[in-house]
Design a protein around this ligand. Sequence first.
Ligand SMILES: Nc1ncnc2c1ncn2[C@@H]1O[C@H](COP(=O)(O)OP(=O)(O)O)[C@@H](O)[C@H]1O
Ligand SMILES: O=P(O)(O)OC[C@H]1O[C@](O)(COP(=O)(O)O)[C@@H](O)[C@@H]1O
Ligand SMILES: [Mg+2]
Length: 496
Amino acid sequence: MKGNKENSNGSNTQMMKVENGDDGYVLEDVPHLNDYLDGLPTYPNPLRSNPAYSVVKQYFVNDDDTVPQKVVVHKDSPRGTHFRRAGPRQKVYFSSDEVHACIVTCGGLCPGLNTVIRELVCALYHMYGVTRVLGIEGGYRGFYSRNTISLTPKIVNDIHKRGGTILGTSRGGHDTMKIVDSIQDRGINQVYIIGGDGTQKGAAVIFEEVRRRGLKVAIAGIPKTIDNDIPVIDRSFGFDTAVEEAQRAINAAHVEAESAENGVGVVKLMGRYCGFIAMYATLASRDVDVCLIPESPFYLEGEGGLFEYVEKRLKEDGHMVIVIAEGAGQDLLDKELGLGKEQDASGNKLLADNGLWVTQKIKDYFARKKLSLTLKYIDPTYMIRAIPSNASDSVYCTLLAQSCVHGAMAGYTGYTSGLVNGRQTYIPFNCINEKRNHVVITDRMWARLVSSTNQPSFLGSVVIAKAKEEEQPQTQLLDGENCNDEKINEIGTHEN
Ligand SMILES: Nc1ncnc2c1ncn2[C@@H]1O[C@H](COP(=O)(O)OP(=O)(O)O)[C@@H](O)[C@H]1O
Ligand SMILES: O=P(O)(O)OC[C@H]1O[C@](O)(COP(=O)(O)O)[C@@H](O)[C@@H]1O
Ligand SMILES: [Mg+2]
């Protein structure tokens, strides 16, 4: 049974393609150019005659292959939500010389952006014989305010060794009509959009406008977020690299703290709304005594508070390391400093420097108690995102880019490519855009962290009960689950 349902988000008119099957099987499908254009010609996939790929058994993905969102199931549980498996199809909807592709990067930097650009260009050229690929400079606004650059395998050959994005990026500037006018005027028919939650929302609106105008243009997203806050996918590219780089800052903080009397090292890491980088960097390092993240409220004064814990650790060990994600404790700062309304050009809330704030608070506390303290504050936030991707992220970027190109060539549109339970999939924009991924503090991963640092939970029993109520228990599969149900963080819930 095939069906479309209206998106619950009032501002977004995207029709969702949902297919229900036996035993509670649900396919959250992605749009196809065929859905709104009749009589499109198809062509055999050029990979059939590509010497590297033609020898691969079952190189082409079966059109019916789908990937389950949840792999932990019970005997009688419904089969649940699935996504279309990514990969090359037998038939393509674009001939090689017809394709005029473009690539744009938006939002904040992330390790691996250049790798994705490189691999998109190489996949288009080498797999599909496409020779017209444009780079849109400076993010979304580049569509209507900047010249484009021509991208070839030669131009992108070495870019994966550099951090940042050769195309430049920006926040704000999303003007749907101007962007789609530019796509139409330039004769672009495949748009590859690399960016985070904001960017994917922008891509969804572009897709809707392209469909409204009846254009044969595939709109494909590649999720980029150093914070790892995009739902559904296993993890975002660049996240591994960022966690690895964060180790250097934590090591430095530890060395400094260890070498001084009553030494405290404070490290601020990225994580606007979620504390994945801080959590994983802390778990990996084992030198951290307390990790503060946005999802876990904390307090400073009194019993069970941060000051009491710092004092205790210094008495016991003579030194300690604090990791703080940039979004942690922002409510406390808001209350005290009266901030809270300022936004960046994309509408993201601008955060006050909680690392500096907590540093000053600890210093004041120790001064009040006339206790000695040597505190060093390290803020490596931009250092961890301005570097090239590490080896594992680079391979991941390659697979993402190739999957994304296969999808557009096969005529799919309005999707984000993403890794779900270790398999590449096409995810409809609405599944990505309606929720944000966050650390589940009633999950075993956070419990692991709290037990490894031995930090106070800062939570009273009432708060814990409330959090448990709000979070879906990880072993419980609910009837009728779909991608819009609260996502249980996949990284945090893979238990062995
Ligand atoms: N709700 C939205 N609708 C359309 N465009 C958006 C939306 N939110 C953000 N954008 C655009 O997406 C781009 C990147 O968004 P931003 O939030 O800065 O970064 P990220 O995509 O990394 O989260 C910006 O150009 C912004 O204007
Ligand atoms: O200074 P900028 O460029 O606004 O970036 C800061 C923000 O970018 C982030 O890395 C996330 O940005 P994105 O949503 O663009 O991925 C946050 O952690 C951080 O708050
Ligand atoms: Mg974002």
